[in-house]
Design a protein around this ligand. Sequence first.
Ligand SMILES: [Zn+2]
Length: 192
Amino acid sequence: MDLITKCIALGMAAAAAAGLAINGVRGSLPQSSSQIMNTSQVDPATGLTFRTTPPEREDRLILSDAEWKKKLTPEQYKILRNHGTEPAFCGVNLESKGEGAYHCVGCDLPLFNATEKFDSGSGWPSYTSPYNKDNLWYRLDMSFGMRRIEVLCARCDGHLGHVFEDGPPPTGLRYCINGTILKFKPKEKAAS
Ligand SMILES: [Zn+2]
């Protein structure tokens, strides 16, 4: 498995070529995003548009840090609210569970269809496309010396994982998601 090496090489090459120095996009999101102008840019590798502020939604869920700590388990909080990453092959939501959808544990928004799930061998649940493109948003993540596209929940701004351009057809994308922050709902119970 040489994905990390590949990722570092690609990230460095892309950053050098573009002369990119967009740092400081990680960390806490502004509570009032409307006061800060969004800038967006198309990522040449994935074709996805990454943004600096969350998209507007009527059903946004904004809670205080204390409220999030109450609502989530420590593991879920670490990933969703603090940009953590679960260990590979931790087993949570890694195996197929039949028809249904994977929802955000923070706000219950459906994020991925079970039909889009595939075994990437990476040790994290992997999907080729989102449940609905409006349910996710993307941010440029330059941490750890890599250039990656971070995947976030569009309703609660929770950190979900990253998206890479080495997935299977037809999208060619691999949404590499932390299973800890996904809640599987079988088809008959899945809300749309
Ligand atoms: Zn959410």
